[in-house]
Design a protein around this ligand. Sequence first.
Ligand code: BTN
Length: 322
Amino acid sequence: MYRILELLRQTDAFVSGEEIGRQLSISRAAVWKGIRKLRQEGYEIEAVTNRGYRLISPETMYNRQELETGMKTRYMGHPIYFYAETDSTNNRIRQLAVEGAAEGTLAVAEVQTMGRGRRGKQWSSPIGSGAWFSLLLRPDIPPAEASVLTLLGGLAVCRALEDISGMQPVIKWPNDILLNGKKLVGILTEMDCEMSQVHFVVLGIGINVNTKAFPPELEEVATSLFLESGKTFSRKLVVQKTMERLEEYYDIFLAAGGFAPLLDEYRRRCVTLGREVTVLEEKSFLATALDVTPEGELLVRRSDTGEEMVIYSGEVSIRGGV
Ligand code: BTN
């Protein structure tokens, strides 16, 4: 039936059942059966007597087939596993990685029943409005160097969303993406490694695309592309563009053997720099965020002692909001 889909995709005009049958060497009955199946999958196909069939914009469709169509990357987003519902796409990728899946394998879910955020928080992942997906990376690096992949992920998503929406999201170190001061994207990086070697990294990305309303506890802090622009965006394009930018930046990272060539762009997009921050450690303290190091750490100057120090990971809140 996907061959029928491909045929219909090639034109905005009607294609007769006879023509489809001829081109694919199948019977009229098989054509009709295929059309029925495509409709069951949610494709809108117009049928007019004596003219044939016409596909109505599949742009809003969100399934494996659609995600694969028009994916321009070499390896990011290949293959794709699509789940109508799963607990967490990070779990799916972890399992696939253990079974030997290749770098670039992507898991996408329409709904996550146990979407995970950082620090053991839940990640709200309702149906229909967001892009919830995880990617498998297998960099040949020691674990200590892997934290820059978190920054790389944030940078790529930020860039992709700018490409698509024309709006300019910013990064809150290490990898929250904000629009007009509210959280648009969350990224959860998980790693499997031994002392000297990374086995694999799971980059889990949650993008609020067309969310129209958040639960009361998130209303003040979360936003979506729709809420900031009044426009609806294709989740398929959001995922595809993100894969393109991830591949581009990851290739640069691999070729250079580090984050250095991406650091300037990261700094430009990072809203944390130059701000007064509260570093939330066992004992929280105030500091000024000075820079991001090539290793991906945040360099800060403590307000109480004037001492400069690096923060490796964890929670930093920006004073006065963003
Ligand atoms: C955060 O707390 O900011 C990180 C949120 C990460 C959410 C994404 S959605 C896809 C992937 N699967 C999960 O369970 N979490 C990540």
